[in-house]
Design a protein around this ligand. Structure first.
Ligand code: AMP
Length: 381
């Protein structure tokens, strides 16, 4: 829908309107969860093809366009976002007129890897050894002090493994600095972690906080491929620690909505990697695998409604469809399989859908997953 096609708000108190900055699959799934609750949705996205156009009104404009933001949010009960790249100034521009959740401070903290790491440190959340790096000399000093291997990441703008380079020996220093374009970065110790875990939490209007079970995430080439939920073999103490980190972050940021925290597990240690102030790919399993999905609880939280239970219903695996989609006829034959197609054009490396398989126990899940694997197309790389 063009910018002139935004429908006026209903004007009744019991039909809330939520504006979402960004109209990708996360926005689409927020609306798919909120529509049954009688919520209406509007989206702002730079692409007229934004997949959320199917589930709400779409204004097409850059996410930093102040006039478009005013238009899309006029008459809304709340503005939220589904992409952490939303310019902080654009979100801040709104706060005098309409409620914006999660708070802009969480958005800006997540946009700069140095500020994010400093936030973790301030809250006593362990992180890999790191240094801020503003030039080749800083980089050499960091390599000297922290050692190699290490990973150099741009402070802003990186995602899915982009904007980062691994250094294995001192000879890599100059090349690594140039490879990232000579921009402010952080140098981080490269961890030989056992696995990557994430915790997703939600905080409501009154400060009520809940966490979904810990999730194990397997990546390939920097992109999330599979999430296992609840993560197998988790010590209750480790889970309590992860939930403690989440609680501290939610309180410190005076948060409202869903927050994701990605971590590395090294033996008994849990080290924070990054936060995402939004619903997260590693929480897609909650649509069918939990009592209340991350999408529904985000909508409940930003509207000030009571939160739903985050308990798992059995065990789940979420498989991302990257670049290509499986045939529905084959996937849907697998018991417990739920196919989500985002309605996006297929392109290599692009997340175009996902499948969640739910089962009552791990043995059944393994058998179902083996069946699903036969139905999935080859890897698009
Ligand atoms: P990020 O963009 O920070 O999420 O990093 C993308 C991926 O790179 C992560 O999912 C890890 O697999 C890997 N990675 C990032 N930081 C480190 C690190 N300090 N040590 C080892 N691997 C890392």
């Amino acid at each position: 829908m063009s910018s002139s096609g935004v429908r006026p708000p209903h004007g009744t108190a019991d039909i809330p309107v939520v504006t979402v900055l960004g109209g990708g699959q996360l926005g689409r799934m927020l609306a798919l969860a909120g529509i049954p609750l009688g919520v209406r949705f509007r989206f702002l996205d730079p692409s007229p093809e934004a997949t959320a156009r199917d589930v709400g009104d779409l204004v097409v404009a850059p996410l930093g366009d102040a006039a478009a933001i005013d238009e899309v949010s006029a008459g809304s009960d709340v503005v939220t976002y589904e992409w952490e790249g939303v310019p902080g100034s654009a979100a801040a521009h709104l706060t005098s007129r309409v409620a914006v959740y999660p708070p802009v401070g969480a958005l800006t903290a997540s946009q700069d890897r140095l500020h994010e790491k400093q936030l973790f440190q301030r809250l006593g959340i362990p992180v890999p050894a790191f240094r801020a790096v503003d030039g080749v000399d800083d980089l050499r000093r960091a390599a000297d002090e922290i050692g190699l291997p290490a990973v150099l990441k741009t402070r802003v703008g990186g995602y899915d493994g982009k904007g980062q380079v691994v250094l294995r020996e001192l000879a890599d220093v100059a090349g690594a600095w140039d490879a990232l374009g000579g921009v402010p970065s952080i140098f981080e110790s490269f961890l030989a972690f056992e696995r990557e875990l994430s915790v997703i939490g939600v905080r409501g209007a009154g400060g009520e906080t809940r966490c979904w079970p810990l999730v194990e995430n397997r990546h390939e080439r920097g992109i999330l491929r599979r999430s296992f939920a609840p993560a197998p073999g988790v010590d209750p103490e480790l889970e309590a620690r992860a939930n403690g980190f989440m609680g501290k972050l939610l309180d410190e940021l005076d948060y409202r909505g869903v927050l994701a925290l990605e971590m590395f597990q090294c033996g008994d240690e849990l080290l924070a990697n990054e936060i995402a102030p939004r619903v997260h790919n590693s929480g897609h399993w909650t649509i069918e695998g939990a009592e209340t999905s991350q999408f529904e609880n985000h909508i409940r939280a930003v509207l000030g409604w009571p939160l739903g239970s985050t308990d798992a219903r059995g065990v789940s695996v979420m498989v991302n469809c990257i670049g290509s989609l499986p045939e529905p006829e084959r996937v849907l034959r697998v018991d417990g399989a739920h196919l989500h197609r985002y309605g996006k054009a297929l392109r290599p490396g692009r997340k175009v859908g996902h499948v969640t398989v739910v089962a009552p126990d791990r043995g059944t899940l393994e058998a179902r997953l083996a069946q699903l694997d036969e139905a999935l197309p080859g890897d698009d790389g």
